[in-house]
Design a protein around this ligand. Structure first.
Ligand SMILES: Cc1ncc(COP(=O)(O)OP(=O)(O)O)c(N)n1
Ligand SMILES: Cc1nc(C(=O)O)sc1CCOP(=O)(O)O
Ligand SMILES: [Mg+2]
Length: 310
């Protein structure tokens, strides 16, 4: 090992030593091919991989760490990067990154993700402030029907309605917002994204790590969803559960956006999830698999807004 390599390995170990106690529970990932020769970049790439970040996220962390060192003029292994500028995360507030989607509340509160319009109405009437229709079907007529039924179901309630996946039907029905996954966003042609934005509909985007957050920010959505926090049995996830320490880091990075935490979240997790700073928690099974969904909604709403200590 050359002197330079030994020095780089020591920097990487210093980062790992400072953060291994926080980012626990992840097996090391293979070291991706470096895209820069800068010593801080290379050390952070090795450390992030050692801490279990997948290649695309290790690359984001390494680039952010190098940018942070240049900006501050020093390398501190304890200083995990959190600055949006260092990551190149597009800001919602700055016009320089292009027009933004319409605003939604900074705190969307309890967010129920629901399989059909009947559930949407039921949870809106139970007082859930944000609801999503997540209706999985390839039948265009059935989708349009379900979206219209969901709009009607929230009409006499204050609930904000997002439609998952089916953005054209959502625009036709005039819903409050649309939620898209990364693949949906990638598949959307620029003119379609413009149509969606200029319609005034709010846009929420799913993310599962740093690289996806940077990608989502390019669209300057109304909110950023971060998951899966814990293991979920609802669907097969391409990425590991991210856990609370990563969620806290993601929330710090994306604090210019309203944030939604999702994935495997149950009542007992609410205090720790809220402590990361997110303003909204999305759940599926905690409501639809509950023996008494209205009573479950009441408990989750209370956990979302715990009374302040006197
Ligand atoms: C609030 C919220 N966050 C994430 C998702 C997941 O959306 P997506 O990635 O589009 O995956 P599917 O839900 O379509 O399987 C969501 N629906 N809501
Ligand atoms: C639909 C969905 N999207 C996720 C993501 O991480 O993008 S996790 C998830 C399932 C959430 O269901 P439950 O609360 O029952 O675990
Ligand atoms: Mg989707």
């Amino acid at each position: 090992m050359s002197g330079g390599q030994a020095e780089g390995a020591a920097l990487a170990q210093a980062i790992v030593a400072a953060h291994a106690g926080g980012f626990t529970g992840f097996a090391p990932e293979p070291l991706p091919p470096p895209t820069s020769g800068a010593p801080v970049y290379r050390a952070a790439l090795a450390a992030a991989s050692q801490l279990g970040f997948i290649a695309q996220d290790a690359e984001c962390i390494a680039r952010a760490w190098a940018a942070q060192s240049v900006r501050t003029g020093r390398f501190d292994p304890a200083q995990w990067p959190h600055d949006a500028q260092d990551f190149g995360l597009a800001s919602r507030a700055s016009r320089a990154s292009g027009p933004a989607f319409a605003e939604c509340p900074q705190a969307l509160g309890l967010y129920a993700v629901l399989p059909d319009a009947e559930w949407v109405g039921r949870m809106a009437r139970a007082g859930v402030p944000t609801v999503q229709l997540r209706f999985k079907s390839d039948d265009r007529a059935a989708i349009a029907r379900e979206v219209r039924a969901a709009v009607a179901a929230v009409q006499d309630t204050p609930a904000l309605l997002f439609i998952n996946d089916h953005w054209r039907e959502a625009l036709e029905a005039g819903t409050y917002g649309v939620h898209l996954g990364q693949e949906d966003l990638d598949a959307l042609a620029a003119p379609d994204l413009d149509t969606l934005r200029t319609s005034g509909a709010r846009l929420g985007v799913s993310t599962h790590g740093y690289a996806e957050m940077l990608r989502a920010s390019q669209a300057r959505p109304s909110y950023i969803a971060m998951g899966a926090v814990f293991p979920t049995t609802l669907k097969k996830m391409a990425t590991a559960p991210q856990g609370l320490a990563r969620l806290a880091a993601y929330a710090q990075l994306t604090r210019g956006y309203p944030q939604v935490a999702i994935g495997g979240i149950a009542l007992e997790h609410f205090p720790q999830v809220l402590a990361t700073g997110v303003g909204s928690i999305a759940v599926v099974r905690a409501l639809v698999a509950a023996p008494d969904p209205e009573a479950a909604a009441a408990r989750l709403l209370q956990a979302m807004h715990p009374p302040r200590a006197p």
